[in-house]
Write a protein that binds this ligand. Structure first.
Ligand SMILES: C[S@@+](CC[C@H](N)C(=O)[O-])C[C@H]1O[C@@H](n2cnc3c(N)ncnc32)[C@H](O)[C@@H]1O
Length: 398
């Protein structure tokens, strides 16, 4: 029986839909097996899916998981909770910390898979790489995706040029709900830096899950090197590599552009907020508002009077069977009450309109300010559409 599909919000968390979850998972599995090569066997393997989300890839490997040890680790508690009910057993699920180390003993796995995770780990990427190496057995493999040539136009709004991309960070500080930070890697940089901790067995700058409308990710297959390393050593620029400096300078220019866009967005937001507040104040102080308050007060008094009178005079049924107040005075008061209500309703519409204006303006930011003000204006439309709806940009399909 096929494994269950996650609810829409968890599929969306990894940039997918419930309908697409199975197909994209299968395509991912095909890519993983192609990269591992025909010699690879799953028999008895210990496999970690680092950043597994709700198990898009893991659910494709349930038969293999019966014959080995398969573990999924993620920081996202709702995804883990769901995966636990849907995939465990045979898959084990573990909570990953925000920062390394992982809760596993050294040399626990033969293979670590990490789809669309390392491309979002900005500040502590080197410590994570070393921790993934730590949990690999000697000779163990790490297979990870990268955002590279295949996404340059969509994300950076520019044609791919590896002389100006090393490890370029876009959207630094953006929360996951707004796309999160995205790292663009070029092949030369990966070989130079990751290559210090791992032997690079295969590197593709694009082509994974081809058919994606926004572009395709790349992938790197690596084997653990038996060396002692520090994160600082992994981070250090490659000596005699002129592209290091060019890539850093270009990333600085990209960051400046993003900063300018954010400033513009902030100013627009501040202005919209200021206008909405001023309008609300005007409505609050205006004569119509005082009139509304008076009418509402009268309505309350009329209601109280009606309640008092109808309690004093019991209702009787008319010929149609509906009850009506026995007292003519109470009837008159009720009529007056309904007139007051309709007057109050028309005054209320002013408030509703004001409130909706505030809502409309406020909703344009800040929760989605990053998303709707993408740093690259030339591709802002495609980037925006890629981020629309429930699809966080950092969760593009791998
Ligand atoms: C783009 S999603 C990819 C999910 C999954 N690999 C897939 O392809 O469907 C990135 C995942 O990385 C997870 N993640 C982010 N930081 C993490 C960390 N420090 N440890 C483990 N997982 C992390 C997120 O919670 C999210 O599930």
């Amino acid at each position: 029986m096929p494994a269950p599909l996650p609810p829409p919000e968890l599929a969306a968390y990894v940039g997918d839909t419930v309908e697409g979850f199975d197909a994209s998972g299968r395509a991912l599995r095909d890519d993983v097996e192609r990269l591992l090569g025909p010699e690879w066997s799953w028999e008895g393997k210990r496999v970690l899916d680092f950043g597994c989300g709700p198990g898009r890839l893991l659910r494709q490997f349930l038969p293999e998981a019966q014959r080995g040890r398969w573990v999924g680790a993620d920081v996202h508690q709702p995804s883990l909770a769901w995966a636990r009910t849907a995939l465990s057993p045979p898959v084990e699920l573990a909570r990953s910390p925000q920062a390394p180390p992982l809760p596993f003993a050294p040399e626990s796995f033969d293979l670590v898979l990490s789809m669309s995770v390392i491309s979002h780990l900005v500040d502590d990427w080197a410590a994570w790489m070393l921790d993934l190496r730590r949990v690999l057995a000697p000779g163990g493999l790490l297979l990870t995706t990268i955002i590279s040539a295949g996404y340059s136009r969509t994300l950076a709004g520019e044609p791919w040029d590896d002389t100006r991309v090393g490890m370029n960070v876009l959207g630094y500080g953006a929360p996951p709900s707004a796309g999160g930070p995205m790292i663009m890697h070029s092949g030369w940089w990966v070989r130079a830096h990751w290559g210090r901790a791992f032997e690079i067995l295969a590197l593709e700058e694009s082509g994974l899950m081809s058919g994606e409308p926004e572009g395709t990710q790349g992938a790197v297959l690596m084997r653990r090197r038996e060396v002692e390393l520090t994160p600082e050593y992994l981070e250090a620029p490659e000596p005699d590599e002129p592209r290091e400096l060019r890539a850093l300078a270009h990333n600085l220019a990209q960051t400046r552009r993003e900063r300018a866009e954010l400033n513009r967005s902030h100013d627009q937001y501040a202005q919209a907020y200021h206008d909405a507040r001023a309008e609300l104040d005007r409505l609050r102080r205006g004569p119509r508002s005082r009139d509304l308050a008076r009418r509402l007060l009268r309505r309350t008094r009329v209601r109280a009077a009606v309640r008092r009178r109808t309690r004093a005079t019991p209702a009787r049924a008319d010929v149609s069977g509906r009850s009506k107040p026995a007292s003519a005075a109470a009837h008159a008061v009720l009529t007056l009450g309904s007139r007051v209500r309709s007057a109050a309703r028309s005054s209320c519409s002013i408030w509703c309109e004001a409130a909706s204006q505030v809502r409309v303006r406020a909703s344009s930011r800040p929760a989605r300010w990053w998303r709707s003000h993408s740093p690259r204006s030339s591709s802002s439309r495609s980037r925006r559409s890629a981020m629309d709806g429930r699809t966080p940009h950092w969760c593009h399909r791998t």
